[in-house]
Design a protein around this ligand. Structure first.
Ligand code: THU
Length: 158
C-alpha cells in the first residue's frame, strides 16, 4: 500500500485592488447578484458572475423552492442560462460570493460539489479552463485556474 497526496494550487490576494479591473468587476457583479437571490428558506444569498469570451458578464443567483431539491444554486443558474442562450460562447471566468441574512456582509462560498460537476461539464465542453474566483478568510480573494482544480478524482465523460 502506498499513500499519496493530491495537491491543487490557488492564487491568493489580500486586497481586491491587486486584481485586474475585469476581475474586480466580476466580483462586484457577483455581489450585486446576491441582492436578487430568492432564498427565503436558507436566507443564504449567493451570487455568481460569469465572464464570457466576448466580454459580457452574465450574473445569476440561487433560486430556492419549497421542495428543497428543486431549487438552483447560483452557479448552476448562471451556467445553465449561458448554456441555453450562448452555447457557442466560451466562458472565461466565474466569481462566486455569498451574503448570509439581511445585511451587507459578504463571505466566501466555495462551490458545492454538484456545482463543481456542473461547471466542469462546460469547461470540458469548451476545452478551455475557466478561472474561478471566491472569497477566502479575511476577505482575501482565492482564484483557481480551472474548475477541474476543485475536483480531484473527478468524474468525466465516459
Ligand atoms: N448555494 C449556492 O447557490 N451555491 C453553492 O455553491 C452552495 C449553495 C445555495 C443553495 C441554497 O439556496 C443556499 O445556497 C443554501 O445552501
Amino acid at each position: 500500500m502506498q499513500k499519496f497526496n493530491l495537491t491543487i494550487s490557488l492564487e491568493k490576494y489580500d486586497n481586491e485592488n491587486e486584481l485586474t479591473p475585469i476581475e474586480q468587476q466580476l466580483l462586484a457583479e457577483a455581489r450585486k447578484a446576491t441582492y436578487k437571490a430568492y432564498a427565503p428558506y436558507s436566507q443564504f444569498h449567493v451570487g455568481a458572475a460569469v465572464l464570457l469570451a466576448d466580454g459580457q458578464i452574465i450574473a445569476a443567483n440561487n433560486q430556492e423552492n419549497a421542495a428543497f431539491p428543486s431549487g438552483s444554486c447560483a452557479e448552476q443558474s448562471a451556467f445553465f442560462w449561458i448554456g441555453a442562450n450562448f452555447p457557442n460562447q466560451k466562458i472565461k471566468a466565474v466569481a462566486v460570493i455569498a451574503r448570509p441574512g439581511t445585511g451587507d456582509v459578504f463571505r466566501g462560498v466555495p462551490p458545492c460539489g454538484a456545482c463543481r460537476q456542473a461547471m466542469l461539464e462546460y469547461e470540458n465542453r469548451q476545452q478551455e479552463p475557466i478561472r474561478l474566483m471566491m472569497l477566502g478568510d479575511n476577505n482575501q480573494i482565492l482564484i483557481t485556474d480551472s474548475i477541474a482544480d476543485l475536483l480531484p478524482l473527478r468524474f468525466n465523460e465516459f
